[in-house]
Ligand binder design. Structure first.
Ligand code: BGC
Ligand code: NOJ
Length: 818
């Protein structure tokens, strides 16, 4: 069952009814100012940091689901339904009066909601303009009745007192600090501005206002909710000024519309920072200076400026999406690669795991491991931003080569609460940096001095950071010569050094074993993969390669202690017993080491890779995707940490992690099985799952972190959509390995391992300033590649850079029998 459809032409997903199984959301903003918006206008806004600079409140876990947010109300000032006036929300929530027509279009950085009730049409466009820190809601109301309409339009937001965590807990203080100013149709939210904040929020209306409210209780009425504010019911606001309690911004404007007349009203919800020497106006008063903000508000009150800003946003996305586009025989692949997957990659790059409908915005900072992996899908979109991110991440690395697990985006400092000791973390920096250099050939980045622990006195060229990342693993080898796992590796919940039997204690920060025994085969595979990148980098610098000997030793250790006979083992626990082995009662085989070891090339030549992947197919693959392990843990095992705290089939206890599935897709391409790789790709591709929306329940246009595994009663149900490493990895798997368009240090490789049923496909890729027009043609079964570049056959599969000044290169790839 579906709740909408894709409009690929417009690059939009069109939701056809408001009551989707869960709120289906979109993101506004792509630089510093962000909003999360649901298909009924729910969600919240923030400036840069969803915890510390939250503009509006949001109640996670509330009932009814997803109320509040961006509230719009229409009131027919001439009509009454029984004794009460006709009031509705053109975005359905919060009033939830049934609409005659409804449609929500989520697009690239904007959302449109259109609806109609009793001949009154509403057309709302929400977006954040590039370069400014505000959210625009452009509301157009049209009268399609045969008689004049007399309407009131209300817009309302509930301000958050900046720190969202404090706002939701520190009531004894917060209920006394709220302050606002209202001047010329603009509501200024200035709680705490009198003291240490130079920023404030504003909510402006482009039309003449008939009234406003800034005190929540005055607007809603005592013991009433957002679904029927008393001010809206009465058609009259009370011009309340908030002192303490709950500051809101509510605007009221009246619309008199002749038949077929339409009017547009613009609401602006924004954030502004004043320079410290222009904080008050007049200086010395307590009135906030509006000097630098007034021109911005004046600009966007004009509809033509709004239109221009919207076109600029469209153009920005045209450019980004134009970096790689493909035409394959499959529409699901095309729309994910060309539109939605890239869009999600950008969103995860911007927000890491901070703010979604499953991440409350008050929790995690930027994950070291997460952000490095997000970069793998992102580098080609905005290389200069990728560069900065890499430098920021590396600056939080510790002199030991280890890394803070997270850093805070506002301060860019490592997060002490969670600390370090996740032993896979540093290796991901090698992968992201290699991906960045392959994309850009910016070798100079390696000489850039970068601090350790954010301390400039400890700076060293970035290349040194890479070496320490590698050395960190080698300094921590266990009894089998495999890397020690530390607090956890990729699987945050396999905590082999923290045995917790205290309710509520964090598995990830409690360490009660000395950590000298538990080892990770996953980190071993990742080390081998990273070592291959280090070889490429050292070769280019004309230096001796320092890590391939170590990598061969680790490979030997994998074969000696990490191979279980038919697949790779997962780890060794603190007692030295294997995990992910046929010897185990439960958790006999895990997906992660099969993926990473085969990606690193282990067993590709001698058939063991194929055996491992066959085991994945037999034991882990389901119609909804590949689960993390089998059998699921049916009870709690103290010595494994958080993993078995989840009921079977959910999350790390044998859920389908869409992040790890692409590793298997890539591994399958490494052994030439394009059909299988692509089959796995389609199983979790959100667009192919659109028809199952009643089972999948999350948005059909983005990946979710997890789909419930076969051991869960709700097998196939997705959770934790949007902010997940699944975005980058699925993008890498399809574009670089199945379609095979892969940046290398030497040039652009074209080596697809595509489905046997495809005749070919076309692609356009901008790479190091050159446009590559790629045409792939199947000549028969098999994966042998013959390349012609601008009409000339070349050796191998890498297209080296053309002479300087060349703008376009045509590549024909013939794929077939050897
Ligand atoms: C979740 C993991 C996540 C981790 C983040 C755990 O509770 O189950 O999926 O990686 O928290 O800190
Ligand atoms: C989500 C976390 O953000 C990521 O770092 C981790 O690898 C996965 N969960 C698996 O535990």
């Amino acid at each position: 069952m579906r709740y909408g459809h894709f409009d690929d032409e417009q690059r939009e997903y069109v939701i056809e009814r408001p009551d989707t199984p869960l709120p289906w959301i979109n993101y506004l903003g792509c630089e510093d100012h962000f909003g999360i918006i649901s298909n009924t206008g729910g969600g919240y806004s923030f400036y840069r940091d969803a915890r510390l600079r939250r503009l509006t409140r949001y109640r996670y876990n509330s009932t009814p689901l997803d109320t509040g947010g961006r509230c719009l109300y229409l009131r027919d000032d001439a009509a009454e339904v029984g004794a009460t006036p006709l009031v509705w929300s053109p975005s359905w929530q919060p009033v939830r009066r049934e609409l005659d027509q409804y449609e929500c279009r989520h697009g690239m950085g904007y959302t449109l909601i259109r609806s109609r009730l009793q001949g009154i049409e509403a057309d709302i466009r929400y977006f954040v303009p590039l370069g400014d820190s505000l959210e625009i809601w452009e509301v157009t109301i049209a009268n399609r009745r045969s008689r004049p309409a007399n309407l009131s339009l209300f817009a309302a937001v509930e301000f958050c007192l900046w720190d969202a965590l404090d706002d939701a807990s520190n009531f004894q203080r917060n209920l006394s600090v709220g302050e606002v100013e209202v001047v010329e149709g603009v509501i200024y939210h200035k709680s705490e501005y009198r003291e240490r904040r130079n920023h404030f929020a504003f909510f402006a209306c482009s039309a003449e206002v008939a009234g406003f409210d800034t005190q929540r209780e005055a607007f809603l009425g005592p013991y009433r909710g957002w679904e029927s504010p008393s001010g809206v019911q009465a058609g009259l606001l009370s011009n309340s000024i908030a002192h303490g309690w709950q500051p809101i911004g509510a605007q009221h404007t009246r619309l008199q519309l002749k038949p077929d007349e339409a009017k547009t009203v613009v609401f602006l919800l924004g954030y502004h920072e004043n320079p410290p020497d222009d904080k008050f106006d007049p200086a010395g008063s307590q009135v906030l200076s509006k000097r630098s903000l007034t021109p911005i508000i004046a600009r966007y009150r004009q509809p033509q400026e709004v239109e221009a800003a919207f076109l600029a946003l469209r153009h920005y996305w045209d450019e980004l999406l134009g970096k790689l586009s493909v035409t394959t025989p499959d529409p699901h692949t095309n729309r994910m690669v060309n539109i939605w997957n890239v869009y999600q990659v950008m969103t995860t790059f911007n927000l890491s795991r901070s703010a979604s409908y499953f991440e409350s915005g008050v929790g995690r900072g930027m994950g070291f491991r997460d952000s490095n992996q997000d970069l793998l899908g992102f580098v080609h979109l905005a290389p200069e931003r990728a560069r900065q991110r890499i430098l920021d991440l590396a600056a939080t690395q510790l002199p030991s080569g280890g890394a803070y697990h997270q850093y805070q985006p506002l301060t860019k400092l490592g997060n002490n609460d969670i600390g370090s000791g996740f032993n896979d973390d540093p290796l991901w920096l090698v992968l992201s940096l290699a991906a960045y250099i392959k994309e850009t050939a910016d070798w100079d980045i390696l000489d850039e001095p970068v601090p350790y622990d954010s301390n400039p006195e400890l700076a060293e060229p970035l290349y040194g950071h890479l070496q320490r990342s590698m050395q960190y693993t080698l300094d921590r080898l266990g009894p089998h010569g495999l890397p020690l796992i530390g607090r956890a590796d990729w699987n945050d919940c396999l905590n082999l050094n923290s045995f917790s039997d205290t309710p509520g204690e964090s598995f990830q920060t409690t360490t009660n074993k000395d950590g000298k025994v538990a080892e990770s085969v996953f980190i071993a595979g990742l080390f081998v993969l990273a070592a291959q990148e280090m070889v490429g980098i050292a070769r280019h610098r004309g230096e001796a390669d320092a890590f391939s000997d170590a990598a061969s030793k680790i490979e030997d250790a994998i074969w000696a202690a990490g191979w279980d006979g038919a697949w790779f083992r997962r780890a060794y626990d603190d007692s030295g017993n294997p995990i992910g082995s046929k010897e185990c009662e439960e958790g006999q085989i895990f997906i992660e080491p099969q993926g990473v070891c085969v990606m690193a090339g282990l067993g590709v030549e001698d058939g063991r890779a194929q055996r491992a992947l066959d085991a994945v197919a037999d034991r882990l693959a389901t119609v909804h995707g590949i689960v993390l392990h089998q059998p699921a843990y049916s009870r709690y095992y103290l010595h494994l940490g958080e993993i078995s705290s989840y009921p079977p089939g959910y999350k790390e206890n044998a859920g389908i992690f869409c992040h790890t599935n692409p590793w298997i897709m890539i591994a399958e391409t490494r052994i030439g099985r394009g059909d299988r790789a692509y089959d796995y790709y389609l199983r979790i591709n959100p667009s192919t799952r659109e028809d199952l929306s009643d089972v999948h329940r999350c948005e059909p246009y983005v990946y979710a972190q997890m789909i419930a595994g076969r051991d869960a009663p709700a097998h196939g149900e997705a959770k934790n959509s949007w902010l997940t490493g699944s975005a980058a990895w699925n993008y890498v798997a399809i574009t670089q390995w199945i379609l095979g368009i892969r940046p290398t240090f030497e040039g652009l490789e074209v080596a697809p391992v595509m489905p046997s049923t495809w005749d070919g496909f076309k692609a356009e890729r901008y790479f190091r300033g050159v446009r590559y027009l790629i045409q792939v043609e199947r000549t028969g079964p098999g994966n042998e590649i013959r390349l012609e570049v601008d009409g000339h056959p070349i050796e191998g599969t890498v297209v080296t850079l053309p002479p300087v000044g060349t703008q376009e290169v045509r590549v024909i790839a013939k794929v077939g029998p050897g």
